[in-house]
Structures are given as structure tokens and as C-alpha cells.
Design a protein around this ligand. Structure first.
Ligand code: GLY
Length: 392
């Protein structure tokens, strides 16, 4: 999509399979460590991040039983300002990072009970989250519906623009000397019990000392990967709409506004350039990326209950993307049980949030063979070990 093919046929130290934000940040950080790095992707800079809203929602998307993931998410959120500055300097591009905060609101007694539970969990985890009355919510965001009956203000959950982030990473990779193969990896190359690169759809065989599976929801589809190390990722569909706030309506919202309506998550992410991203469905439908009337209807219906004025805004884009879901909703980072094969996938709802941390920990793992302490619980070995323990 954006990069021309810059790859020479010679062997490299690292081949990254997949050029979404996770693959690109891995490649950029690896190249910065002096590793000869290549990326295989027919359209680098695309992937799930092209659809994603870009919320950095470590606190407002907290779930029960995911405290370990929370620590990882917070560690990445803390890195965002410095990461953004470094990436913008390296690429000469703006990434749309905006320290705007988030307001999660409730529309009825059930929603409020749910939000109270979330707030109690946030407090038990020592997170900065403040309970507000409905009136206090509307004072912060006057476009909210009069029926909003409470909310949680989280000033630390920000946003970035994933499309700009991807473009900046692509430029940073090119400037750091990363080579691009504009073709899909179709088969892992093996030499004995060691991964040695990949064969591409155009017939090129790319030799590499280390191969990283970073192809989002497709990371488990590469032929030739032994079953015991195949990452257990699956596609989780999300439909997302983009509206435009005409200058006469600005500021429409000043921060991300979100709610759980009838059990579904709805969020509105306002960009400084007037884009308003409205997401997202969560659907287990395999590889389907159809935008459906039902999906669009439900998103607009729920968002309209939250912010009635959205019906005045132009609807400029509807898209569906595939989150890379994993069995425990957490990423698979670092070396697998197959020498030479690494994974950086399974980020599910947190790919954009986890981009800075993923780049760092993958570069460390690719350089030293070891994961930093904070990423150890997210080794892909947690699944291959479980598989080995299954009765035969
Ligand atoms: N993190 C937002 C989503 O996955 O929809």
C-alpha cells in the first residue's frame, strides 16, 4: 500500500511476517539494535490498525481476571509520550497522539451498576478513576444525553491515530534500513528443528536467523509451522464507523466517551482533525469482514442514545477489521519452543496500546533470546506447554 519493495535477496538477521503496527514496530526496534531486518507484507501499514479507533484504554477497558495484562497495558501506556516523540522525530510525521482522557458513562440503572463494579475494580487495582454524577458528566461533555446517570472519569486513558501511527512506523523503518518484501509469506522455512525464514507468495525464499510471526489474526495460518508452536490466534471482527464533525459543530466532544449499552461496548473517539471514530462490534465470525446493516444500526443506535447529536454528522466511512484474539486475550511475545521462531501477536483489543512495549520487548528478545521480566507472563510458551500436557 505505501512502501515500494526494497528488499535484496540476501539473508537477514530478522524476518518479520506481517507489516501492521506490531510487525513494523518490531522491525523498527530490531533495526535500531543493528539487526538486518526485513518485513514481508503485500500492503505494509495496513492490518487491523487501519480500522482501529486508537484508544489507549488500559483503565477503562479493564476486565476481571486480567490484572497481569493490566500491568502490561499500563507499562505501554506510560511509554506512549516518549515513544511518540521518538517516532515523530525519526519519521518526521505526526502520529495524532492526543492526551485527552476518557469518560465512561451509564445510561440506565443496569449500566450504572455495571460501571460501579468496574470503578470498584479500578480502585482495588490502585488506578486513577473518579466517579461522577450524571450532571457532572454533562458539565464535562455537554453533548451527552440528558439520561446519562453517572460516569467514571479517567484522565490517563488517551488516544492516538492508528493510521498515522502506521505511516510513521513505515517511514521510520525505511529510514532505519528495514527491507520490505511486498508479498505474503506462505510457508515457514525449516532446517532440521530450526526456523530459517519464509517462502513468499511471489516465490522468493527469504533466509533469516530469526523469523517473527506478527501477522495479526492471520499469524496462525502460515504453512509449515509445527502444530505445537502455531500461535492460537483467531479473528474477532469489529465494525467501526467514521463520522466528521464540521467546524461549526466543534468542539463536539473533548475526550473519548464510551459506555456499555445492552451488553455491547460503544465508544466515540474525537480527533483534533474533526474525525469522530465510532466503534465497535465484537463478533466471532471467522474471516468475515462484511460491514452489515445490523452492525451499523446497532452502533448508531447505541451511540445515539449516548450522544443524540451524532445523527447530524456526516457518516464518511464504514469498515470492519479483525482483532487477533488469543485464548486469554493477552499477546504472545517472544521466542517459541521452535529455535529461530518468535511471535508478536494475539494483542486482541490492545494492539495499538501495546505497540511501544511490544517493540521494546521484541527487540530485546531478538537480540538476547530473553524476554524482559515485565513480558515473561506473555511468552508463547504458555500455550505450547499446555498443549504438551494434554492427554493423548
Ligand atoms: N479496544 C477497542 C476495541 O477493540 O474495540
Amino acid at each position: 500500500m505505501y512502501a515500494s519493495s526494497t528488499a535484496s535477496p540476501g539473508p537477514c538477521d530478522v524476518l518479520v511476517v506481517g507489516g501492521g503496527v506490531i510487525g513494523l514496530v518490531t522491525a523498527w526496534r530490531a533495526a535500531q539494535r543493528g539487526l538486518r531486518t526485513a518485513v514481508a507484507d503485500p500492503a505494509p501499514g495496513g492490518g487491523a490498525a487501519h480500522v482501529a479507533a486508537g484508544m489507549l484504554a488500559a483503565v477503562t477497558e479493564l476486565h476481571y481476571g486480567e490484572q497481569e495484562l493490566l500491568a502490561l497495558n499500563l507499562a505501554s501506556a506510560r511509554r506512549y509520550p516518549q515513544f511518540t516523540a521518538e517516532l515523530e522525530e525519526a519519521s518526521g510525521r505526526d502520529t495524532g497522539y492526543r492526551a485527552c482522557g476518557t469518560l465512561a458513562v451509564a445510561l440506565d440503572a443496569d449500566d450504572r451498576a455495571h460501571l460501579r463494579e468496574l470503578h470498584a475494580l479500578q480502585q482495588r487495582c490502585g488506578l486513577d478513576a473518579q466517579w461522577l454524577s450524571g450532571r457532572e458528566c454533562r458539565r464535562l461533555e455537554p453533548m451527552l444525553a440528558p439520561g446519562v446517570c453517572g460516569g467514571v472519569r479517567v484522565d490517563g486513558d488517551h488516544q492516538t491515530d492508528p493510521r498515522r501511527l502506521a505511516l510513521a512506523l513505515l517511514t521510520a523503518c525505511e529510514r532505519a534500513g528495514v527491507a520490505f518484501h511486498r508479498s505474503e509469506a506462505v510457508r515457514l522455512l525449516l532446517s532440521g528443528d530450526r526456523a530459517t525464514g519464509a517462502e513468499l507468495a511471489d516465490g522468493t525464499r527469504v533466509s533469516a536467523g530469526r523469523t517473527v510471526l506478527a501477522a495479526g489474526s492471520r499469524s496462525g495460518t502460515l504453512e509449515g509451522v509445527p502444530a505445537r508452536v502455531l500461535p492460537p490466534v483467531r479473528p474477532v471482527k469489529g465494525q467501526v464507523l467514521r463520522l466528521r464533525v464540521p467546524p461549526a459543530y466543534a468542539p463536539f466532544l473533548s475526550r473519548t466517551v464510551r459506555a456499555v449499552v445492552r451488553g455491547g461496548h460503544v465508544y466515540l473517539v474525537p480527533r483534533e482533525n474533526g474525525e469522530l471514530v465510532l466503534g465497535a462490534t465484537t463478533e466471532e465470525l471467522g474471516w468475515d469482514t462484511t460491514v452489515t446493516a445490523g452492525g451499523v444500526y446497532e452502533l448508531l443506535r447505541d451511540a445515539h442514545e449516548l450522544v443524540p447529536g451524532i445523527t447530524e454528522l456526516p457518516l464518511v466511512e464504514t469498515l470492519a477489521g479483525l482483532r487477533p484474539g488469543s485464548p486469554d486475550n493477552a499477546p504472545l511475545l517472544g521466542p517459541t519452543a521452535l529455535p529461530g521462531l518468535f511471535t508478536a501477536t494475539g494483542h486482541h483489543r490492545n494492539g495499538v496500546l501495546l505497540t511501544p512495549l511490544t517493540g521494546e520487548v521484541m527487540a530485546e528478545a531478538l537480540t538476547t533470546g530473553r524476554l524482559p521480566d515485565e513480558a515473561r507472563p506473555f511468552s508463547p510458551l504458555r500455550f505450547s506447554n499446555a498443549l504438551q500436557e494434554l492427554p493423548v
